[in-house]
Write a protein that binds this ligand. Structure first.
Ligand code: FPP
Length: 244
């Protein structure tokens, strides 16, 4: 990276291509997820060392339940192990972890691990790490609107959240899973697909996108540096205004 290079404050990643990576090696898809998970742990440290403050990753979508029973079971087993290890890395890196999505669909022990991890890391502020699990952006928006309707019925919506009768973005954002987290500056999707797949539809409104061909298990520091260099080569504009 050049001397003028700026590190994005918030990177979001769609971790795609574990299955294809395994298939290329004549291995089962689950093996791709295991190596993908190892790479996530490694890259989380790399990303922190680059000075990135916020990292959000898409680990399991609301649609992923439709995969084969074997694959879903394998992923749940991985989550169990990963959430426990993540407690240690959260402590080591002083990293606040938040799970975005609807955890209520997971088995109780996974829900307990999520609560424990969020609770034990809630006061850390060196890095903010969001893991999207049973996450879908439309689901997040509908859950948020439902919460807002409940508060409206209970007379709990603050009048300053409206301007000329219209809901302000700031008030709506408080009802999203990402409340309080700045929008991503850079979104990376690995493995060649060029779509959002229901990931952070609201939050990515002004984000720069970088689609890379390598599958997630092969996405290492060198690819990250290339993505950051691409981000730096762009003129960021927010509604026509260039970022200073
Ligand atoms: C996409 O690859 C990946 C997933 C659906 C799961 C992502 C999971 C991990 C990286 C490992 C576990 C993560 C955590 C947080 C423990 P794919 O299966 O869609 O690959 P394909 O498109 O090649 O089939």
């Amino acid at each position: 990276m050049g001397a003028e290079s700026k590190v994005p404050q918030h990177i979001a990643i769609i971790l795609d291509g574990n299955g294809r990576w395994a298939k290329q090696r004549r291995m089962p898809r689950g093996y791709g997820h295991i190596i993908g998970c190892q790479n996530l742990e490694h890259m989380c440290n790399v990303i922190k060392d680059k000075g990135v403050k916020y990292l959000t990753v898409y680990a399991f979508s609301t649609e992923n339940w439709k995969r084969s029973r074997d694959e879903v079971e394998g992923l749940l087993k991985l989550f169990r192990q990963y959430l426990k290890r993540c407690m240690r890395s959260a402590k080591k890196n002083k990293m606040k972890v938040r799970i975005i999505g609807d955890p209520s669909a997971f088995p109780q022990d996974i829900q307990d691990s999520i609560r424990l991890l969020e609770d034990c890391s809630k006061d850390y502020d060196q890095m903010f790490y969001q893991i999207a699990m049973n996450y879908g952006s439309r689901d997040e928006i509908l859950r948020g609107v439902t919460g807002m309707i409940e508060d409206a019925r209970a007379g709990k919506l603050p009048p300053e959240g409206f301007e000329n009768g219209k809901l302000k973005e700031e008030l709506f954002e408080r009802y999203l899973d990402t409340a309080g987290i700045p929008d991503p500056d850079l979104m990376i999707r690995t493995s060649g697909e060029q779509r959002l797949s229901n990931f952070l539809l609201w939050q990515l409104a002004y984000t720069e996108f970088c689609f890379v061909d390598v599958p997630w298990p092969d996405f290492h520091e060198e690819e990250l540096d290339k993505a950051i260099a691409q981000y730096n080569s762009r003129d960021r504009r927010f509604g026509g205004v260039k970022e200073e």
